[in-house]
Design a protein around this ligand. Structure first.
Ligand code: ADP
Ligand code: ADP
Length: 227
């Protein structure tokens, strides 16, 4: 579904991604892992063109991503990041509904979807839908960030340390929730982390990056049994 074909990206003179070759099939949950600065975020952001590649190709369903309209591409992909980035003056409901509103969903459909997502993430819709982000705990904000990424039921979810900076209990709960969502929906998910336990728990395949290149790739079992 997503193919990096000898893809490269430099910032000024600094190479961030150097000749990346990777095929992500529909329904996979691929974890990009590696030390800070290894190119994980850059690889992820190139998929929805938050960052543009400058060498090789990136294909979505066989077509170079530069041939898609950027807005269409981003709406097709949910994006969730560690810093969450909720709009501070918007309610939980409006934050979650950002993309559905852009897509012109009806008020009833949006309301039903927000109720469904808050319930999925164990947040009582009656209590939470009209709250503002600062009236939520960090873990709840992060849930809302992930709910927002899922709202329009995108084919692809891109997640950059979505559970970073959470206490271990909340983190574990959200990891399990993501695993359930993935198994139930068959969505294609690309997740950046530097937490090896998270990678082993969630990934169908783990891609280990170093200095913009793949140094190891395989299922959790394959990597655990590698010499
Ligand atoms: P990671 O997500 O693994 O920490 P990044 O993709 O953020 O790695 O960064 C890869 C390399 O590219 C690093 O050397 C980083 O300093 C550099 N880099 C990332 N973003 C930018 C940017 N916007 N401008 C300049 N250099 C960048
Ligand atoms: P992450 O690992 O989640 O990308 P960083 O702290 O590395 O977090 O980067 C935060 C932001 O700063 C990102 O948007 C990234 O593209 C940008 N960035 C990272 N490294 C550099 C750099 N060397 N110069 C300029 N911008 C950078």
């Amino acid at each position: 579904m997503i193919t990096f074909d000898n893809t490269s990206k430099s910032y000024g003179g600094t190479s961030a991604i150097a000749g990346l070759n990777l095929n992500i099939a529909r329904g996979e949950l691929v974890v990009l892992i590696g030390p800070s600065g290894s190119g994980k975020s850059t690889a992820l952001k190139m998929i929805n063109r938050m960052v543009d590649h400058d060498g090789g190709r990136i294909l979505l369903d066989g077509k170079e991503i530069y041939s898609f309209n950027v807005r269409d591409l981003r709406r097709r992909m949910g994006y969730a990041i560690q810093s969450v980035g909720l709009f501070p003056h918007w309610t939980v409901e409006r934050n979650i509904a950002t993309v559905p509103q852009l897509l012109g969903w009806s008020a009833e459909r949006i309301e039903a979807r927000v109720t469904e997502l808050l319930t999925l993430f164990a947040m009582d819709p009656v209590q939470y839908r009209t709250r503002l982000p600062h009236q939520l705990s960090g873990g709840q904000q992060q849930r809302v960030g992930v709910a927002r990424a899922l709202a329009a039921d995108p084919d692809v979810l891109l997640m950059d340390e979505p559970f970073g900076a959470l206490d271990p209990v909340t983190r574990a709960a959200l990891q399990l929730e993501l695993k359930r969502v993935h198994q139930a929906s068959g969505k294609t998910i690309v997740l950046v982390t530097h937490d090896i336990d998270e990678a082993l728990l969630l990934a169908t395949r783990i891609v280990l990056l170093r200095e913009g290149r793949i140094v190891q790739i395989g299922t959790p079992l394959e990597l655990l049994s590698a010499p």
